[in-house]
Ligand binder design. Sequence first.
Ligand code: ATP
Ligand code: ZN
Length: 300
Amino acid sequence: MNLISASPRRDRLRIAIQKNGRLSEPARALLGSCGLSWRESPDKLFCYGDNAPVDLLLVRDDDIPGLIDSGLCDLGIVGRNVLCEQASERESANFREWRALGFGLCRLALAVPQEWDWHAPTQLLGKRIATSYPALTRAWLREQKVDAEVVVLNGSVEIAPRLGQADAICDLVSSGATLSANQLKPVCDLLQSEAVLTGPVTELDPELAETAQMLLRRIDGVLRIRDSKLLMFQAPRSAVADVLRLLPDAEAPTSFPMDGGEVLAMQALCHGVVSWQRLEELKRAGARALMVLPVERMLA
Ligand code: ATP
Ligand code: ZN
């Protein structure tokens, strides 16, 4: 059986994720948190959904936009950098970003030798810039109205200046450690990137759209409670305004009257760290019986 044919119409949603690399584990973990589980094919290229009509195709990240474009896959998890690069290479693309997923954070940055006295992109005039992102680099150079040569490399871009292959580079940066190890410094960001859920620009077939909506609702729930805590406490009515001022990151707190209405029992979903120090401040403002609880699932 050919598992990756585009037609006839499928009734199982197919999601492309990176097989091996930085995004593979977090992508699987995210889908796992949505309650999905799979059986892996012996060649580890395909995962058949056990408990929902959602299968995974494990591929190189660079293949993901094309798989969505051609309809071979319905959704994918890929870095925005790959998606934007491939979108700017094409005249028209039937893929777009559906959701930012909050992991795989990095940026596409222009980096130059540390000894350069950097002022402005015009310094790149007539220089060679090594990159694996030629379309985004060229688009940025056009925007800056700078005529420079783009040298396309598929790996080890950061050593190109030392090898004399280029004068500067345009590459993905997260901590910046690789750049400084190669005597380079980032001077300009072209794109802020993270892993994204990608899907077609056009609508999915109705039989797949319902499953995709179910998955999106769950992904939204998972993203909303990531790093969130449920804070429960009691506060006299007179202190509530002061207490809430200390909770700017709390989603619409709910309250229930206690003790004849003079005291409120309250709960709020907080999207930041609820440290001991914060609890002490809340207590000083009048809250008591403070409790911080982990949130396991959420469906809005
Ligand atoms: P593949 O074999 O699938 O083509 P790859 O070598 O292109 O893998 P990885 O190095 O695994 O890809 O990176 C995957 C994605 O992780 C990148 O496209 C980017 O979105 C993200 N990422 C986050 N931080 C970094 C970083 N410091 N360097 C490179 N990619 C990063
Ligand atoms: Zn790749």
